[in-house]
Design a protein around this ligand. Structure first.
Ligand SMILES: *Cc1c(COP(=O)(O)O)cnc(C)c1O
Length: 429
């Protein structure tokens, strides 16, 4: 499928922007070919600069739970904008959003606004380190917490070797403090906690992993993390940048009934504008500067009024009765329809779903951790991706990403999606 204007834009962009994009996944590197440059979005649909229309399952990689350019979000941002775009002084909008977050997310008693998920996780880890006076952190294979140095490491080749940086420019000395453990493996966490007793400041985890496709926590995994953290005096951080307000009004912590000490929020909380947050127990949050231990964190655009207005409007809309029931049943229809298609085609690919996060993996193994994710057939995914795109379905250009249906993906959109899903799978087998 030729897309002359996108191709020209990509060539032009590459002259002045590294790789032509401002975030690498947008470059379509994992699927080859070039990205579509987007002109506009409306509801569940996006339109590229070549005039093609797609049903969008990326939705800005998660924030747009009410789809593109929702009239209520647009109006509230326009109103905020007319009053001034930034002050560097507190506004009442910030209180309103903070109160709404505290109301919705069960473990959050106080919350700080920042501008990106990356900032939220970096600040939460710094706070945990300040609060405990310890340096090490534990994270999990296949989880993503943004591009802070501490998170850009992977496990070494054996349990005895240190973690290694996953990016040039990340000092070995920084990742020496980062332990990387297998997701869903409580025993490994217990062992690491014992071997590093008194040294681990934080365990940070995506309570439903959403950056290796969709991988739900095994029964007992999150409670085990809670217990280990309590026994060892470790701060438990749930990175709910994806799951927050998506898998339920109170995020994964509410859905699974396990309370972290700190929570990171992003994506939906900003309503499609740059806002993110970290919050949690009052006694810990009261160490953020200017209080208590004065753990540093600041930002020129933190709590930006346009972002506060957009986030608040989305959370207000999400607080209306029946919203999550609608989202759940729409996503169940989508996943059930995809499972039917697979059955009818005689295929047995793994399909994971938690609320409004789902992923079809090109493997017949059940997908429970990063090792099982790595059994996928990437070449097959690539052909599937292009077959879908050609027929008007915009999926994330990587097998390691979720589909993010929104509340404005209507029954007609789901039907059309399932028709394309079937046709694309048929075409590539
Ligand atoms: C997207 C994401 C982040 C990073 O958020 P940015 O706003 O892209 O910096 C952190 N954690 C998780 C789980 C994410 O999905």
């Amino acid at each position: 499928m030729s897309a002359p204007r996108s191709a020209a834009a990509f060539a032009q962009a590459q002259q002045v922007i590294p790789g032509g994009v401002n975030s690498p996944a947008r470059a379509f590197g994992a699927v080859g070919g070039g990205p579509r440059f987007i002109d506009r979005g409306a509801g569940a649909r996006i339109f590229d600069v070549d005039g093609r229309e797609y049903i969008d399952y990326v939705c800005s990689w998660g924030p747009l739970i009410f789809g593109h350019a929702h009239p209520r979000v647009v109006q509230t941002v326009q109103e905020a904008c007319a009053k001034g775009t930034s002050f560097g002084a507190p506004t009442e909008l910030e209180i309103a959003l903070a109160e709404r977050i505290v109301e919705m997310v069960p473990s959050i008693e106080m919350v700080r606004m920042v501008s990106s998920g990356t900032e939220a996780t970096m600040a939460a880890v710094r706070l945990a380190r300040g609060h405990t006076g310890r340096d090490k952190i534990a994270k999990f294979e296949g989880c993503w917490h943004g591009h802070g140095d501490s998170f850009l490491s992977e496990a070494g080749s054996s349990a005895l070797t240190l973690g290694v940086p996953t990016s040039p420019g990340v000092p070995q000395s920084v990742v020496d403090s980062t332990l990387t453990l297998p997701y869903n493996d409580a025993a490994a966490v217990r062992t690491a906690a014992r071997e590093n007793s008194g040294q681990i400041a934080a365990i940070i985890v995506e309570p439903v992993a959403g950056n290796m496709g969709t991988v739900p926590p095994r029964e007992g995994f999150l409670p085990a993390l809670r217990q280990i953290a309590d026994e060892e005096g470790i701060v438990l951080i749930f990175d709910e940048v994806i799951t927050g307000f998506r898998v339920g009004p109170g995020g994964a912590q509410e859905r699974y009934g396990v309370m972290p000490d700190l929570t990171c929020l992003g994506k939906i909380v900003g309503g499609g504008l740059p806002a993110a947050a970290y919050g949690g127990k009052r006694e810990i949050m009261e160490n953020v500067s200017p209080l208590g231990l004065k753990v540093s964190q600041a930002g020129t655009l933190s709590g930006n009024p346009l972002a506060m207005a957009a986030g608040l409007e989305q959370l207000t809309m999400l607080s209306e009765p029946g919203v999550y029931e609608t989202l759940e049943s729409r996503c169940a229809d989508l996943a059930d329809g995809m499972a039917d298609n697979l059955r009818n085609l005689g295929l047995d690919y793994a399909l994971n779903r938690v609320g409004a996060m789902l992923c079809m993996f090109f493997t017949s193994q059940s997908v429970v951790d990063f090792a099982s994710v790595e059994t996928v057939d990437l070449a097959r995914f690539k052909r599937y991706f292009w077959a879908c795109l050609e027929q008007g379905l915009y999926l994330a250009p990587s097998q390691y990403e979720c589909m993010f249906p929104s509340l404005v993906h209507g029954e007609g959109d789901i039907e059309e999606t399932l028709r394309i899903h079937f046709a694309a799978l048929k075409a590539i087998h």
